[in-house]
Write a protein that binds this ligand. Structure first.
Ligand SMILES: [Zn+2]
Length: 194
């Protein structure tokens, strides 16, 4: 693993243990980050990038590594868990707000590093307009659509103590990863979602 590949800024980055469903930290509303330039915050960001990468996640939020702060990552590397997802630029999202959402909703498959072995169909807004701080404290306004909008909404839920199972409309649309791999990837490879 090369630090420059991940654009890490600290040397202490480490893979962190992922909190799983049942851990109260996943149900807390996370706090805003006051000073993004703090070393502890920059190290936390690097830990998130490394942990998402090692777990083959497309995103991870700070509460998932037991840090109740409003930070999440949309991972920038292609993932074996999501082989059809195009390579994305890694985005560090801090203190985000969703300004507006499309009326149009779309159901897609999601999984979560904190809920291993499970996939479910989750309705999400097809696009979201957001404002957030990046790791250099720049204010960024950005519109996300389709897959990245889904990841954004999934991770945004995490910093509000919400998990994707809370948004499932029909419990029959919750399946195991093994059955998901059989049903979805083999029969409709282009439909794989977050
Ligand atoms: Zn998740």
């Amino acid at each position: 693993m090369q630090a420059d590949r991940f654009q890490l800024t600290t040397i202490m980055a480490q893979q962190r243990e992922i909190a799983e469903l049942g851990n109260p930290v996943l149900r807390q509303k996370a706090k805003n980050v006051e000073d993004i330039s703090e070393t502890e915050i920059q190290e936390l960001i690097d830990d998130l990038i490394i942990t998402a990468s090692e777990a083959n996640g497309v995103g991870i939020a700070a509460p998932q590594i037991s840090e109740s702060l409003r930070i999440f990552i949309i991972a920038g590397v292609s993932s074996t868990r999501y082989p059809d997802v195009p390579e994305l630029e890694t985005k560090v999202i801090i203190n985000p707000e969703i300004i507006s959402t499309s009326d149009e909703m779309e159901k897609g498959w999601e999984g979560c590093l904190s809920i291993p072995g499970i996939r479910a169909l989750v309705p999400r807004h097809k696009s979201v307009r957001t404002v957030y701080r990046d790791r250099n404290n720049n204010l960024v306004e950005e519109c996300f659509s389709n897959f990245t909008a889904r990841v954004f909404q999934h991770e945004y839920d995490h910093i509000n103590g919400v998990v994707f199972l809370d948004r499932v409309e029909n419990p029959r649309e919750i399946i195991t990863e093994k059955e998901y791999m059989k049903l979805v990837i083999q029969s409709h490879p282009s439909e794989e979602q977050e």
